[in-house]
Ligand binder design. Structure first.
Ligand SMILES: *Cc1c(COP(=O)(O)O)cnc(C)c1O
Length: 405
């Protein structure tokens, strides 16, 4: 066996990516660097093991150790989230979502979810995704007046169309979701209530937002977002759904699980129970709120007027820019964000009129609430000039001096 440095091209690219991360400000809402213990599990010998099946019921020999690994991950996740049933095998959040459709809907069934442009996700009925191609997507949205979920519209659609599944959660909805109201609607419509907590899971683990687990039939999540785990997915559910979900993940969606990732998930489930993690989760929300307030003070409009979680959608049309132009100007200054769309955007998704900012990575880089006026100044100054202007170089230097490792 040779060392990792034997591929000079990839070694060089890894080095460059590490330098890029360390010298710029990461405000991508869905990204966090994993801890050293999570990374150690990922590169361990566990990755070589084939273990199709579940603990105690595998199709391969030699699974006695990985059985214990997977059971530990399941037990820790069950404790962390207060769930009856846990599946740690999904290879990503999207794969977990596919398994939920497989478990609870037939091809062509109506499924009711938050509209993508209002903060949803492509696996919630986009035409470009299996969910929109194989099922009959129905969408609820936010009210134009306050940009918060219209629960009356949601209820009307649910009772009229009787979807198999009602989905809550998304990638760019920044307000606390009323899970109790959704439960009542799902009961009346006799639908499965599925909460896609890909973004929220880390905040739920840190107990800084309400947990969907007591209300939902099934909850899916990505382990690599705010949660700081390995790249993977997870399903939590009520005990009554165990049999159908086990079969939906394997063999319906997947073959053998990534045992190294599952070990890393077990590490993540341990780390996410610490006081340090709870402090980090609280700080991501506090910094996102403060950043929203500081940007508002500088003339940028925040969708729905603010945020309850770790991310905010910022309307850059209020300063005369498209989302993509704002993303590029910020990138030139070393501020890394995603372009986004407004709930009632008149621009196509490839342009958009917004950016999405999130603070989990910046908290981990050492930026706290009191740094947010500085961050808002960087954003404000960077947006004010075309790509490559003199301010951009100056901001890059300021950022490197502040966050550079
Ligand atoms: C990120 C995300 C997912 C899944 O993403 P993966 O990249 O497949 O892990 C699913 N739903 C929502 C709402 C998300 O934000």
């Amino acid at each position: 066996m040779s060392g990792p440095s034997t591929d000079p091209e990839i070694a060089g690219l890894i080095e460059r990516e590490s330098r890029r991360r360390a010298s710029t400000l990461q405000l991508i809402a869905s990204e966090t660097p994993a801890s050293p213990a999570v990374r150690a599990a990922l590169v361990s010998d566990l990755g070589a093991k084939y273990a199709e099946g579940y603990p105690g019921a595998r199709f391969h020999g030699g699974c006695e150790v990985v059985d214990e690994v997977e059971q530990l991950a399941i037990d820790r996740a069950a404790e962390r989230f207060g769930a009856d049933y846990v599946n740690v095998q999904p290879l990503s959040g999207s794969a977990a979502n596919l398994a939920v459709y497989a478990a609870f809907a037939q091809i062509g069934d109506p499924v009711l979810a938050l509209r993508l442009e209002h903060g949803g996700h492509q696996t919630h009925g986009s035409r470009a995704n299996f969910s929109g191609r194989w099922f009959a997507p129905l969408h609820y949205g936010v009210r134009e007046a306050d940009e918060r979920i219209d629960y009356d519209e949601l209820r009307d659609l649910a009772l009229l169309h009787r979807p198999s599944i009602i989905v809550a959660g998304g990638a760019a909805y920044s307000r606390v979701i009323d899970f109790a109201a959704l439960r009542a609607i799902a009961d009346d419509a006799e639908a499965i209530l599925w909460v896609d907590a890909a973004h929220l899971a880390g905040l739920v683990a840190g107990a800084v937002v309400p947990s969907p687990v007591p209300y939902a039939d099934v909850v899916t999540l990505s382990t690599h977002k705010v949660l700081q785990g390995p790249r993977g997915g997870m399903i939590l559910a009520r005990e009554m759904h165990r049999a159908v979900l086990q079969k939906a993940v394997q063999p319906f969606v997947q073959g053998g699980p990534a045992m190294n990732t599952i070990a890393a998930t077990a590490v993540c489930m341990r780390e996410s129970g610490t006081r340090e993690f709870a402090e980090y989760a609280a700080a991501t929300v506090a910094t996102a709120r403060r950043l929203g307030d500081e940007l508002t003070a500088r003339g940028l409009r925040i969708v729905s007027g603010g945020t309850d979680i770790h991310l905010a959608v910022v309307d850059v049309s209020s300063v005369g820019l498209t989302g993509i132009e704002a993303q590029l100007r910020l990138a030139a200054a070393g501020v890394v964000v995603d372009r986004a769309v407004l709930p009632f955007d008149h621009r196509p998704p490839a342009e958009g009129s917004a950016i999405r900012v999130g603070t989990p990575s910046s908290v981990l880089a050492g930026l706290g609430v009191d740094d947010m006026p500085t961050v808002a100044d960087w954003i404000d100054r960077a947006l004010a000039e075309p790509v490559g202007g003199p301010q951009h170089a100056a901001i890059r230097r300021e950022i490197e001096a502040r966050v550079g490792g």
